[in-house]
Ligand binder design. Structure first.
Ligand code: HEM
Ligand code: HEM
Length: 178
């Protein structure tokens, strides 16, 4: 269950891979730029975007609490680029928090209700709220930054596995010893 210095435990791995899949689904929203969303991705995956985003908000809060509890016994990022990797992981966490928050403000700021699979959980004000719109408008630029970070992160994982041939990927896959 718990992490060890050699590998991530089952809970950390479940958070990592479940959230990675959900975030990749969220990135499908970029395809709304094609034909104003009038295509199969827009019509099947994207309608759940706000609700999945709210699930991700709950998951990231739980994940941060779990990471704090595991501090001191998780794998330590080592090597010449350790600081770079730590900052990268920190920025990934920041994006995971800011994306759902700015997404919700985007909707609420325009006076619409915040819905969870159809059920309004925060009622719409019916009026525009400027500060919410201003923060909500950061949703798209942060999404692009997040995409770049994830691409860099995956490239780093593949580089560790194939070029450096170390246990970095294995310890997140549960294949590393102890
Ligand atoms: C981790 C959570 C989330 C991720 C990764 C994410 C990702 C994205 C991406 C990639 C886009 C397309 C941006 C673009 O084309 O420039 C987008 C747009 C959008 N998202 Fe999210 N999102 C998340 C959460 C939410 C939430 C919780 C809501 C609302 C409740 C939301 C509402 C929207 C809206 C309304 C747009 C369209 C914005 C526009 O037309 O400019 N998102 N999101
Ligand atoms: C949206 C996608 C992703 C996000 C947001 C993400 C985020 C993170 C974060 C924050 C960490 C630090 C450990 C933690 O606190 O959980 C981490 C570790 C890791 N991730 Fe990802 N990740 C994503 C996708 C991937 C993918 C697709 C791969 C593999 C190809 C991958 C491979 C790894 C590896 C190997 C580690 C361990 C790094 C180490 O121990 O130094 N991640 N990831």
């Amino acid at each position: 269950m718990n992490d060890t210095p050699n590998r991530y435990g089952v809970i950390s791995r479940a958070f990592h891979w479940l959230m990675a899949v959900l975030i990749l689904l969220q990135f499908m929203k970029f395809f709304d730029r094609i034909s104003d969303g009038e295509h199969w991705i827009g019509q099947t995956i994207v309608p759940t975007h706000g609700s999945l985003g709210l699930i991700l908000l709950v998951l990231v809060v739980l994940r941060v609490l779990w990471a704090v509890k595991q501090r001191g016994q998780r794998p330590v990022v080592e090597g010449a680029l350790a600081t770079f990797a730590k900052v990268g992981h920190g920025l990934l966490y920041l994006c995971m928090i800011l994306m759902p928050v700015t997404g919700a403000l985007f909707v609420l700021g325009r006076g619409y209700p915040l819905r969870f699979f159809g059920t309004p959980i925060i009622p719409g004000s019916g009026t525009q709220t400027d500060w919410m719109i201003a923060l909500g408008n950061l949703h798209s630029p942060i999404a692009w930054l997040f995409l770049l970070l994830v691409l860099g992160h995956v490239a780093a994982a593949v580089y560790h596995h194939l070029a450096l041939k170390d246990d970095t990927l294995r310890r997140m896959l549960g294949r590393a010893a102890g």
